[in-house]
Structure formats: C-alpha cells, structure tokens
Design a protein around this ligand. Sequence first.
Ligand code: RB5
Length: 153
Amino acid sequence: MRIAVACDHGGFVQKDAIVEHVRSLGHEVFDLGTNSEDSVDYPDFADRAARMVSRGDADRAILICGTGIGISMAADKVAGVRATPVQTPKFAELCRQHNNANAIGLSGRFVTLEQNLELIDIFLTTEFEGGRHATRVAKIMREDDPDFQGVDA
Ligand code: RB5
C-alpha cells in the first residue's frame, strides 16, 4: 500500500523508526515530516497526510503526535478520512474491522515504539468486515456532504 506518515515534534522521536518499519514491510511510504524536535503545529502535518488519503494519493495515513489525539482530530476533518487515535491492539483491530479507519493517530510520548509498531502491523493487515458496519460507515461519511442536513432535519 501507499502510506502517508506525518508527525509533530511530540511524535518525531518515533517517526523515522516507524517509516523504516513500514518500508521494511514492502509498503511505499511518503514521509511528510516533521523532521526535528522543533515545535510545530500538528494540524499542518495532519492536513498534508490526510489530503493525500482524501485525493487517493495514499491508501492509509499513520500520524504521530504527543498523544495521537490532536493529529487524529485534525485529519478526521478532511473529507474521506476516517482517523482515530489508537493505543491498544484490540482498538487497532476494531478500527479496521468495524470503522474502516484509513488513518490512525499514535502517541509518541505515552506509548513505546515497540507497542506502536504492533499497532501499525495490525492496522495495516486487518480487513474491514463490511456488512452492518458498511451501513454505519456510510452514515459517518454523509457528514462530508455539505447537502446533508442532519438526521432530524
Ligand atoms: C504538542 O505539545 C502536543 O499538544 C501534541 O503533540 C499532541 O499531543 C496534541 O494532541
């Protein structure tokens, strides 16, 4: 797959090892920075990676900030992107099986590199189950449609 990787200064400590790991699995990786521990704004890096997914230039995004929260929140605002913070193997599995997540936000400060690599492996190998979950994911995605007026309209 084509994988966009982006981080802020809180994720930089793990980013290069993550890029190397994902490349070693045979994926094409787009390293979108940041490239130092200098303070940056995570929404800028989330935006670059998320827009690659939105345009179809990348299949998935792996995002890393201090917690994984802010960078996921920013990415999820981009049309076509389903981003979530992930901290446990079960959540990595379920975000693919049930939610068809195409972006995950990892914590560079509170989760070890070894644990994050396990989460990434699960994220990249677990299939979406479809079925009833496809109906629900389609309902998530209607929020991208400016003409959608809301369920109670
Ligand atoms: C940056 O200090 C920090 O706020 C950021 O990396 C992230 O944790 C935000 O959600």
